[in-house]
Design a protein around this ligand. Sequence first.
Ligand SMILES: Nc1ncnc2c1ncn2[C@@H]1O[C@H](COP(=O)(O)OP(=O)(O)OP(=O)(O)O)[C@@H](O)[C@H]1O
Length: 244
Amino acid sequence: MIRVNHLQKTVDGNKKKVIRDISVQFSAGEMIGVVGASGSGKSILLRCLALRERWTRGDYTWNGENVIQGGGSGSQKYRFKCAYLEQNPSLYPDKTALKNVLIGQAGQTPLLRRLTGMVRSDDYMGAMDELEKYGLLDKAHVKAGNLSGGERQRVAICRALVHGASFLAVDEPVVGLDPKSAERVLDTLKGLCKEQNKIVIAALPLELAERFCTRIWGIHEGQLKIDISARRLTAEERRLIDMA
Ligand SMILES: Nc1ncnc2c1ncn2[C@@H]1O[C@H](COP(=O)(O)OP(=O)(O)OP(=O)(O)O)[C@@H](O)[C@H]1O
């Protein structure tokens, strides 16, 4: 069980509150869709939860262990368990999909490994297994710059898993993808929750959150206004988050 108590985030030298007192709990196996109007705070919430952003205030516990107490950044130990996937995953375009998976993501793998690219042979096998699982075996030796948007997203997901992420915060993973590729990315994320008990929290368009997630969080001006098991939002609920 992961607990967030009174998360607050201010920016611009403490002048602007972008997350206002969010308290929430979630568990392994959940796929949570974060919805809200542009600028409501979805990305910053994901970044806070994935320990990619310092908390101004709040407590964060993972299975009873303190990750953040009263604000702060959390330790590297926990950052390694979290992956943050941006809309356009930052892969090395001149390196192959396999190499990208092996080297890992800034914030989730040690700097030395990213600089030297040194890997063990069992890491290689693990990465190939993971790429195969997500239908990317034939892309293993293709440079990331030559992959489609959906393939790049799936490579980024593989990379997170190979490096031990149990929690994936995914920021608008399907923007710019055709419907079939979008569905494949979301099915991949859904499978991780269902079959591997991972936690996925993804900023998504409302209709995709309703369709693919187990739970929906609706954000409005940095506040959690809706927290429900996934279903179609009512007109009143959509109004609450400015998405009527
Ligand atoms: N580093 C920052 N400095 C100043 N303001 C920031 C910073 N990061 C985010 N903000 C502000 O915080 C608010 C929430 O931003 P965020 O990117 O989380 O919104 P969002 O819901 O993800 O929007 P979108 O759907 O357009 O991506 C916005 O008003 C944004 O301008």
